[in-house]
Design a protein around this ligand. Sequence first.
Ligand SMILES: [Zn+2]
Length: 186
Amino acid sequence: MRKIRTYGDPILKQKALPVVEIDQKIIDFGDILIDTMLEHDGAGLAATQIGKKIRMMALSIPFPSKNRPPTGFSPGEMLLIPRMPMVFVNPEILGSSQFMSLKEEGCLSVPKIYGPVSRPVSVVFKAQILDGEIIECECGGLLARAIQHEIDHLDGIVFVDRLSDEELEKIRPELEKIKSGNPGGK
Ligand SMILES: [Zn+2]
């Protein structure tokens, strides 16, 4: 288990580097990512959030509702959610829908703070998994949002960076509090 870096920690503003080869070290780090995510009840965790600047992330997304017919889910949700928790290496978004949705997000690196973020409803997601398989699929729902949120982390973006000025103002005092707990951060 690793300590989760919080808002104000400089590493959360840095761009993570691609993984060149999936070796034993990467596989072991995948276990650490999953364990740390589950330990903190997170739906997702990016490597930078535990201090490693490489393009890896873990996801553990539940199906939104048991009553929804399976045809209502995107191909990505059908394919990936039953296999979660999963680790993704060098994840990327190949395309995004024009339709946007505004939904409340939270983040283990910004504890107890939530705010509405506008994001494309669906994305074409590509990543490698630890056994070497390349995944490419269209993802919707909470999965699409989580993928975008975690890839943002790998690009040095935290969800609060995407809030409207008005929403940011509302949480500024709490954000400053978290930041002040990070002497190295500005
Ligand atoms: Zn996050």
